[in-house]
Design a binder for this molecule. Structure first.
Ligand code: S3P
Length: 169
């Protein structure tokens, strides 16, 4: 059975943009776990965090990850930056997909996320929060067999790199 391609990485590393381009290139459907969480919970991500807290968000996130990884046709799956924190999520991703971790320099991440108000973990001092969380998560994406630094690459270049690394075409 063909495997999914699962994109993991810190916020602002390009998962959503790359997922859309990769899906088009491979004529596969793309699915975004954050969007599925919003659909499942019936509220926005900031509202889930504000009203129910992060543990509840993580619980839905793990359920969504299990559900989308079980899709029988191979998808391009873009995950939220914290989806890798639970060991069972990591194990399931590795079992069902080619796991690709995207990285970017902190300043590039800050530039990419600074206009966005949809990320509760960064709200307030974005720069400080990005540096603090990057430090805390510095090894969180190491489990991915494929790793790509997107700082100086176009979306299409990242897509080509992923195709080369996964030997998919
Ligand atoms: C989070 C990343 C977000 C979203 C939520 C929590 C995180 O997804 O899931 O705000 O813990 O890193 P993106 O990586 O798509 O921004």
């Amino acid at each position: 059975m063909k495997k999914h391609i699962v994109l993991v990485g810190f916020m602002g590393t390009g998962k959503s943009a790359v997922s859309a381009a990769l899906a088009e290139r491979l004529r596969r459907s793309a699915i975004d776990t954050d969007a599925e969480i919003v659909r499942t919970a019936g509220m926005t991500i900031p509202d889930i965090f504000a009203q129910h807290g992060e543990p509840y968000f993580r619980q839905i996130e793990s359920e969504v990850i299990r559900r989308v990884l079980a899709f029988p046709t191979p998808h391009i799956i873009a995950t939220g930056g914290g989806a890798v924190l639970a060991a069972e999520n990591r194990a399931e991703m590795l079992e069902k997909g080619h796991v690709v971790a995207l990285f970017a320099d902190p300043e590039v991440i800050i530039e990419r996320v600074s206009m966005d108000t949809n990320r509760p973990l960064l709200s307030g001092n974005v720069r400080e929060n990005v540096y603090r969380m990057l430090e805390r998560r510095k090894h969180s994406y190491d489990f991915a067999p494929i790793r790509i630094d997107t700082s100086n690459l176009s979306v299409d270049e990242v897509v080509e790199a992923i195709l080369a690394e996964t030997s998919i075409n």
